[in-house]
Design a binder for this molecule. Structure first.
Ligand SMILES: [Fe+2]
Length: 159
């Protein structure tokens, strides 16, 4: 995790992302995302998570992406990275090597993710640069459809 990424995330949260054109919208069933902006190796993506159900939860990581996530709505019990309990306004830096997962979110959550991609251009959602168990059937479908690393690296679910 670079200090530059954390500084950039802070600036984007304080002053707002570039909203001139959304790049993509993803429907993961229990979560929606909108890729707001991409510039070189940096991507900004807004996530809206439905209130979680137990089968959604599982440790995962994003093997090519460092991200700083800032909670805009709701509360997120986080597992990994020191197990913080995040509330609106809180940020967390997640390194691409960090396994992590979220806990029960009774009202769901919204968070802004400012990402730095390594070794490949940002070309998809953070949730499709994924190593670990998928969190919904729609996520599973998109991971198989998308040119995702998950298919190549993960042995939890074989197809
Ligand atoms: Fe994640």
């Amino acid at each position: 995790m670079t200090p530059e990424l954390e500084a950039r995330s802070k600036l984007i949260v304080e002053h707002g992302p570039n909203l001139q054109k959304a790049i993509a919208v993803y429907d993961f069933g229990s979560m929606l995302s909108m890729v707001i902006d991409r510039q070189n190796d940096i991507q900004v993506e807004l996530f809206m998570v439905h209130k979680s159900t137990p089968e959604m939860r599982g440790f995962h990581r994003h093997p090519d992406v460092d991200t700083v996530d800032t909670v805009l709505y709701g509360e997120i019990p986080f597992y990994g990275c020191g197990n913080p309990k995040l509330k609106a306004g809180d940020s967390i830096a997640i390194d691409r090597m960090d396994w992590h997962m979220t806990g029960e979110m009774p009202v769901g959550a919204t968070f802004l993710s400012v990402q730095q991609w390594f070794g490949r251009e940002p070309n998809t959602s953070l949730a499709l640069n994924w190593e670990g168990k998928p969190f919904s059937s729609q996520h599973f479908y998109l991971l198989r459809k998308d040119p995702s690393l998950w298919v190549k690296k993960t042995s939890i679910l074989k197809h």
